[in-house]
Write a protein that binds this ligand. Structure first.
Ligand code: ADP
Ligand code: MG
Length: 153
């Protein structure tokens, strides 16, 4: 199957899911993170980045739009396009360089960059469902399917 629903009951579980996704991605590809403000997109991103050994703060790059993490095991580029006024601005951010391979790109608010972003290997849709979060994972490529399989294992 290329889609999976799961209930993630707290922040810690969200962080652990991030680690599974990072590992199974091979640190390459594109993950879209969808959901309202406060859904948990950055929390999941933090789990991915921290699983590579990064110990600093991982915040939503709301004003800078992208935060690069270049770590020993590989690179993660974390985008938050919430404040992107015009998708054409993505050209000036050097998105093409980030997306040219050899890195994992996490993109919050991908709908703001529609038409200017590469397709996602995996889409993660998050909804608040107190006390936790209901997630839908959609795989759009073999890499995405590999991530789904790892989550199910
Ligand atoms: P977003 O980036 O989508 O705006 P954040 O990642 O900043 O959202 O998370 C907002 C809040 O949701 C944080 O306080 C975080 O602890 C909480 N949170 C994240 N994931 C979960 C979860 N699975 N269950 C319960 N609370 C969560
Ligand atoms: Mg965020």
């Amino acid at each position: 199957p290329n889609s999976l629903n799961l209930y993630i009951s707290d922040e810690q579980q969200m962080i652990e899911l991030g680690a599974v996704l990072a590992d199974s991605s091979g640190l390459e590809g594109v993950i879209y993170l969808q959901g309202d403000l406060g859904a948990g997109k950055t929390t999941l991103s933090r789990g991915l980045v921290r699983s590579l050994g990064y110990t600093g703060a991982v915040k939503s790059p709301t004003y800078t739009l992208v935060e690069p993490y270049e770590l020993e095991r590989g690179a993660i580029y974390h985008f938050d396009l919430y404040r992107l006024a015009d998708p054409e601005e993505l050209e000036f951010l050097g998105v093409r360089d980030y997306l040219s391979g050899g890195a994992l790109c996490l993109i919050e608010w991908p709908q703001r960059g529609e038409g200017w972003l590469p397709a996602a290997d995996l889409e993660v849709r998050i909804e608040v469902s107190s006390p936790g979060r209901q997630l839908q994972l959609l795989a759009n490529s073999p890499r995405g399917e590999q991530m789904l399989e790892a989550v199910q294992a």
